[in-house]
Design a protein around this ligand. Structure first.
Ligand SMILES: [Zn+2]
Ligand SMILES: [Zn+2]
Ligand SMILES: [Zn+2]
Length: 149
């Protein structure tokens, strides 16, 4: 089982994935989703009318602490909450399974765009770099160019 733990505590599956972002494994010749397989292996058997929901909403995650077995019908309802809302973020990135993560806020669960988050993170890193450069420049000794007349 290959996975990588990220800062959210998600165990990101490194094996093959489906177009939906879920990891896939083959057990006894039968293809199944990686998170379901791990849940069955480490937590409990999942009855056929149950699905394994990601509380972290990261489809690649296989951390059993982030997984929850729920009735299929109930699971659909949990996701239908967002049906009928705009299909893209305000910058036009699709709110599909791969690009969306969910965040609990005082106003309820909100959809967040991963692309926008990555852009914000890059911008933050860039600003940090500029500040560090300015800091460094300020600490360098005065240039001696002014002595040339
Ligand atoms: Zn997770
Ligand atoms: Zn779910
Ligand atoms: Zn976006």
């Amino acid at each position: 089982m290959r996975y990588e733990v990220d800062k959210n505590g998600c165990w990101n599956w490194l094996g093959p994935t489906m177009p939906t972002g879920y990891g896939t494994v083959t057990i006894y010749g039968k293809a199944t989703t990686a998170h379901r397989a791990v849940y069955e292996l480490l937590v409990a058997h999942v009855p056929p009318d149950f699905q394994v929901h990601h509380e972290c909403e990261n489809p690649r995650c296989i951390n059993p602490a982030h997984l929850q077995a729920v009735l299929s019908a109930q699971h659909r309802q949990m996701h239908e909450h967002f049906v009928g809302r705009p299909a893209t973020c305000k910058h036009g990135h699709p709110f599909d399974e791969m690009n969306t993560y969910f965040r609990k806020t005082p106003r309820g669960v909100q959809r967040q765009c991963r692309k926008c988050k990555a852009i914000r993170e890059r911008e933050r890193q860039r600003r940090l770099r500029v500040t560090m450069q300015e800091d460094l420049m300020a600490q360098l000794p005065e240039r001696t160019q002014s002595t040339q007349t």
